[in-house]
Design a protein around this ligand. Structure first.
Ligand code: PEP
Ligand code: MG
Length: 534
């Protein structure tokens, strides 16, 4: 039998690097499993789905746990279930009522034009199938396989990710969707948007997944395999070099220290990370701490912030106040129907409208500050007057605690620089420190919405205009003796470390998995500069 010719399929990079393995084509057809009992009614199906989800949640933390919790919460949400009950009361069989109601919800989420909600459509599809007892056949996926599928729901992804697969290639999906986020979190090689009908791919055939370049190479030639083996050996060496750097301090060629902090979203996520790999926490996104909409009470928040400070063991911890709105809508908090939410009531603008909610968070932060070095940071500041108002709220929160005889600690109070106006006029703001949010700074500087793949090519972090705004903020910080860090995704990209160092940045706040690779890039830049200076 002659060998197949090599075929290369293009998609988009979503997570990871490169691996080799046999293809496992997941059938697109969904088949009934034996799980649902004959004659099962809606109540029994919901109960089965609840217990399956509770089992899956198990010890899941972070984004994976949140997704499953979201699905579990919907099963007990009377408003969510009401249309199904209504259809059943009108005589429709429950399966039809459930399928069609979910279909309508999924379409609403998918067509909302909102990246966040569109990603949640996949979670609803997952729930729809789970309650109906329909499933994708995952029997026979072996260790080391490259799984190809039209699309995956988050819980199917989680099941597959535990099987030790080499990678996953999807014809659907998006690099900003939940499944891709989970893949990055778990270090799974993944491509999305693969341009082929996956069912036509040869099951069991050898393949290479080149997730960095978004390629699936089926039946690779001997030459491609040799090149792939070289690349994989190189990636492994890089991984080890980065791991070796993770606990070492970073510095420039002149011996100037470069501090590397971590971005955090949840104290649970920090538990598995050693504080030794960082100089503290540079950004805590508190909107992700609470998935149920409204911020919890002061006590609950205080406990969460104390846990983060305890983890840091005396290193500084920056916690950002609620940054709801834009790409982070929170039901019941953010405004509905804004024509352009990115230019509307978001971040500090919203907090200054919802002052009771804002002060509740400030009080919890002040209370937690007794237990460590806490820096409070406010997001989306555009004009100096907003900092004046924010400080007045901080003062009022202190007074409220004093009236209640509740002890509190010292904090510094800084701002994010995410709007070009703030970068241009940084000196005019009453801030103890600045942290550059490159994700938003890039989108507002280049008028290219973050998360819109059609314009993502414009959003180059090393764009001269963006770098000028960053360098300008750094200069303002130096003149005033105030720290300037970068906490947007730009800081987590080793390839951009040199650009940021040349712009004067000496404090990076990065995704935990990127601390080692960024420190490695900083040390290589220092070595390159050092040898040039000789
Ligand atoms: C940023 O804008 O770069 C940032 C860190 O904030 P977020 O991504 O949460 O908007
Ligand atoms: Mg931002």
């Amino acid at each position: 039998m002659g060998q197949r010719a090599e075929q290369i399929f293009h998609g988009q990079p979503a997570a990871g690097t490169m691996a080799k393995g046999p293809l496992h084509v997941l059938p697109g057809t969904r088949q009934e499993t034996a799980a649902p009992a004959a004659g099962e009614d809606l109540a029994a199906a919901l109960e089965r789905a609840r217990s399956e989800l509770s089992r899956l949640i198990g010890n899941e933390k972070g984004a994976a746990g949140d997704i499953l919790e979201f699905q579990l919460a919907l099963l007990d949400d009377e408003d969510f279930l009401a249309p199904v009950i209504k259809r059943m009361a009108a005589g429709e069989p429950w399966r039809k009522a459930w399928r069609e109601m979910l279909e309508e919800e999924i379409a609403t989420y998918r067509d909302s034009g909102d990246e966040y909600l569109a990603a949640r459509a996949n979670d609803l599809r997952d729930l729809q199938m789970r309650v109906l007892g329909t499933d994708q056949d995952m029997s026979g996926i072996g260790r080391g396989a490259i799984v190809v599928a039209a699309d995956l729901t988050p819980s199917r992804f989680l099941q597959i990710s535990r099987l030790g697969v080499s990678g996953i290639a999807l014809s659907g999906g998006s690099a900003t969707g939940h499944v891709a986020i989970l893949a990055r979190e778990r270090g799974i090689n993944m491509i999305v948007g693969l341009k082929t009908a996956v069912e036509t791919l040869p099951d069991g055939e050898q393949a290479l997944i080149d997730a960095k370049n978004g390629l699936l190479i089926v039946s690779p030639s001997a030459r491609t395999l040799a090149q792939g083996a070289e690349r994989m050996a190189h990636e492994e060496k890089e991984r080890k070099a980065a791991q070796a750097m993770a606990k070492k301090p970073a510095m420039t060629a002149d011996g100037e220290p470069v501090r590397v902090l971590l971005n955090a979203a949840n104290p649970d996520d920090l538990e598995e990370i050693s504080p030794e790999i960082c100089d503290g926490i540079g950004l805590t996104r508190t909107e992700f701490l609470f998935s149920d909409g409204l911020l919890p009470d002061e006590e609950t928040q205080t406990r969460v912030y104390e846990r983060i400070l305890a983890w840091a063991r005396g290193k500084p911890v920056t916690i950002r106040t609620l940054d709801a709105g834009g790409d982070k809508p929170i039901a019941g908090v953010t405004a509905d129907g804004e024509r352009n939410p990115f230019l509307g009531l978001r971040g500090l603008r919203l907090s200054l409208r919802k002052r009771a909610l804002f002060r509740r968070q400030l009080r919890a932060l002040l209370r937690a500050a007794i237990h460590g070095e806490l820096k409070i940071m406010v997001p989306m500041v555009s004009v100096p007057e907003e900092m004046v108002q924010a400080r007045a709220q901080l003062e009022k929160a202190r007074q409220e605690l004093e009236q209640r005889n509740v002890p509190y600690g010292d904090v510094s109070f800084g701002m994010m620089v995410e709007v070009p106006a703030a970068a241009l006029m940084a000196e005019c703001f009453d801030a103890d420190f600045y942290s550059i949010g490159s994700n938003d700074l890039i989108q507002y500087t280049l008028a290219a919405e973050r998360g819109n793949p059609e314009v993502s090519w414009l959003a180059d972090g090393c764009n001269g205009a963006v770098m000028e705004l960053i360098a300008r903020t750094v200069r303002a910080g130096r003149r005033l003796g105030r720290e300037v860090s970068v906490c947007g995704a730009l800081a987590s990209e080793p390839a951009h470390a040199a650009c940021l160092l040349d712009a004067g940045v000496r404090v990076f706040s990065v995704a935990p998995a990127m601390a080692g690779p960024v420190k490695l890039a900083i040390s290589r830049h220092a070595m390159a500069k050092g040898s040039k200076n000789k």
